[in-house]
Write a protein that binds this ligand. Structure first.
Ligand code: FAD
Length: 351
């Protein structure tokens, strides 16, 4: 497809360079059209096919592990800078419109090769949150994007990398090249679907690392795409925790929304190796949550949705902070949590 997404280029090229490329090639023609009433002045991108809005239920498990869909890699781009510990890649997959999905769902990927635990059988499916909207990065409903961190194994004694123990699927994905084939299952998951019944709702999104993937999809749907059925006029508040500024993911996109929609988007970054919390310790995402806890609790009391996505290890720290804040406010966290769950405001997908 010949489209180079340079996520570290501060000039905010993605949408418009894509558009120019499309015009030149005559293959993908995405018009920039006028915005919705709530967000009048910033142009949004036309998407198609709008039939993708018609279903009342999300697509689920259209392709099962026994009959995966063979998709094609379009591009693999390193997302992080040279000082980031580890590598995270943005991977665009062409599914030809055959594996439709909704924002917040996941794809399964079956890496090539034999399952070491079941000789002769394929590898188990690995799940990856989809980092694009249903229209994909080309706005035509034919691609899905993943945000994948290479799983690398370091020997605890020597501290050296042991390639024989590196993660199978994440390395397969990050090493893949345009044109490579990939076995895809799904889509799966309902927990992280974006509730769209109230376009003026508040969405508090908390991520560590690749946990930002579903939120990239939500935010593109809210702020980048012109979707006749969903005119977002609420508040989206993203908390992203990573190691350092070189590890930030999709920062240019998010900064652009911050400039264009200051009343509808907030973006707080926790850089554990660069910033300090109020006690002089490392700045984790829960420290940012604590900083804004009064506002967050008020928003939750008013019906805000709160989402958590990323490493499993993020939850105990966050829950501990929320519990402490609740107690300081004279509230029972257990009661509050069960109410949030009952009201379907609480969405967790950690791995
Ligand atoms: P595996 O081969 O499964 O290995 C797992 C780990 O074990 C690796 O860290 C590997 O280094 C280590 N290991 C291997 N051999 C040994 C050994 N002999 N001794 C000790 N350790 C060993 N990941 C993302 O990057 N992005 C996402 O958006 C994302 N979304 C997810 C969504 C959901 C709902 C879930 C459940 C998971 C998600 N994941 C995501 C995680 C993803 O599914 C995989 O678990 C991850 O990529 C690792 O898979 P792998 O095949 O690379 O590693």
């Amino acid at each position: 497809m010949g489209f180079n997404l340079n996520f570290r280029d501060k000039s905010w090229a993605p949408v418009f360079s894509l558009d120019l490329k499309a015009k030149n090639s005559g293959r993908r023609n995405h018009n920039v059209i006028c915005m919705s009433v709530q967000q009048a002045s910033v142009p949004k991108v036309a998407v198609s096919p709008l039939e993708l809005e018609n279903a009342t239920e999300p697509p689920l498990n259209l392709h099962k592990p026994k009959e995966p869909y063979t998709a094609t890699i379009v591009s693999v781009e390193r997302l992080v800078g040279p000082k980031a510990p580890g590598e995270t890649c943005h991977i665009v997959i062409d599914h030809g419109g055959n594996v439709p999905y909704w924002e917040g769902q996941s794809y399964g990927v079956i890496p090539p090769g034999e399952n070491p635990k079941k000789p002769g059988a394929p590898h188990n499916v690995r799940l990856y949150s989809i980092a694009s909207t249903r229209y994909g990065d080309f706005f035509d409903g034919k691609t899905a994007s993943l945000c994948v961190r290479r799983a690398v194994y370091y020997d605890p004694e020597t501290g050296k990398e042991d390639p024989s123990k590196n993660g199978v699927c994440s390395n397969f994905l990050c090493n893949s090249k345009p044109g490579d084939k990939i076995q895809v299952t799904g889509p799966s998951g309902k927990i992280m679907l974006l509730p769209e019944d109230d376009p003026n709702a508040t969405h508090i999104m908390i991520a560590t690392g690749t946990g930002v993937a579903p939120y990239r999809g939500y935010l593109r749907r809210m702020f980048m795409e012109s979707v006749p059925k969903f005119k977002f006029g609420g508040l989206a508040w993203l908390f992203l925790g990573v190691a350092n500024s070189d590890s930030l993911l999709y920062d240019d996109e998010f900064t652009k929304y911050l400039n264009d929609y200051p009343n509808n988007f907030r973006y707080d970054r926790a850089l554990s190796r660069e910033q300090q919390n109020k006690n002089g310790g490392k700045m984790y995402v829960q420290d940012k949550i604590e900083e804004y806890s009064d506002e967050i609790f008020k928003l939750l009391d008013n019906g805000a949705h709160i989402y958590f996505c990323g490493l499993k290890g993020m939850m105990p720290g966050i829950q501990g902070t929320l519990k402490r804040v609740a107690e300081e406010r004279g509230e029972s966290w257990e009661e509050k949590l069960s109410l949030l769950k009952k009201n379907k405001q609480w969405h967790v997908e950690v791995y």
